[in-house]
Write a protein that binds this ligand. Sequence first.
Ligand SMILES: Cc1ncc(COP(=O)(O)O)c(C=O)c1O
Length: 409
Amino acid sequence: MSVITQPTDLLRQQDPQMADVLAGEARRQAGTLQLIAAENFTSPAVLTALGSALANKYAEGYPGARHHGGCEYADLAERIAVERARALFGVDHANVQPHSGSSAVLAAYAALLRPGDTVLAMGLPYGGHLTHGSPANFSGRWFEFVGYGVDAETGLIDYEQVHELARRHRPKAIVCGSICYPRHPEYGVFRQIADEVGAFLIADAAHPIGLVAGGAAPSPVPYADVICATTHKVLRGPRGGMVLCGAEFAERVDRAVFPFTQGGAQMHTIAAKAVAFGEAAGPAFTTYAHRVVANARALAEELEADGFLVTTGGTDTHLISVDPAPLGLDGPTARGLLAAAGIVLDTCALPYGEQRGLRLGTAAVTTQGMGGAEMRRIGALFVNALHGEAAKTRTEVEELTREFPPYGY
Ligand SMILES: Cc1ncc(COP(=O)(O)O)c(C=O)c1O
């Protein structure tokens, strides 16, 4: 338990400089409001697995077929993680080795595509991830991406446009998934469009996968050929990725992860993923996942009442995207004012125009035990911070976070 709150005495003796850094980060996390939609507080059990003996183990390959000796416990850990993921998501096959969400997307592309293939995905100006065709990323260099958008008025995915672009460009794959879309993708509609043009459907469920695990969001599993996800967002596991698919794609996916895009698996992280999947299978996680959404809805309503423009008019997920323009601010300026008051969040693309808005998520604060009353308090803190009352708001943020310490102590 001391792993996160206080670096151990041993580390402090050996490397006081780094012990200070770790203690500072633990204080920062506990003493400010974590509203980054991609972050959460993992359990002490997950942190224990991350700091376990498996951190020392090399295990290239898959259970029962490793390139290194001494893998009996590594194999057990990976088999447990795979079985738990399969049961949690009701899927034939799970590959739990991707080092990150981006590695999982890379593996999905490697499994299904050839360099030069056309891929239809949400355009980056509307909330597509870097791996959905950014020219700065492997995806944009190796594939021909076509971007779909959202309706400028409603902020909702324009399925007619997706359909029209699919018919025009005949992509090899369609990707559904975003970094800031606060509504559920219509997986059935994406499937129909993909079938009509003979494309694979890849769901990049990095954000909603934790809600799917807790039964608080629809699952892409019945619709997508391959699903890539992160394990560290709402799902509350260690930083990492995974790929889920039906039996027909299992071999292609496994070969795409190792040896095509990765070497040795990170066995300590895989053990921690297994711990997180075990936690996510319990009733407490279901309650948590539904509370995450209820909190997001409550906070979105609060921010709307405070004058923010809430894109899509609300949220179905953990994620809220707002435009502070009616308050006379742009996203980056608002983020700076909030940061000065101890409120940590990101800017994000907005459905229209060049200006950036703010992206918030309620997973971390829900893990801390906050509920509807606290969402109203957070709404008030936003208003005060944006009126330039940094010091006073900072004190109130500290009071709130003291009431809800992330690790309960
Ligand atoms: C939709 C989507 N895909 C992929 C990723 C990449 O995950 P990572 O940062 O672990 O590489 C993210 C991360 O936020 C994401 O939101």
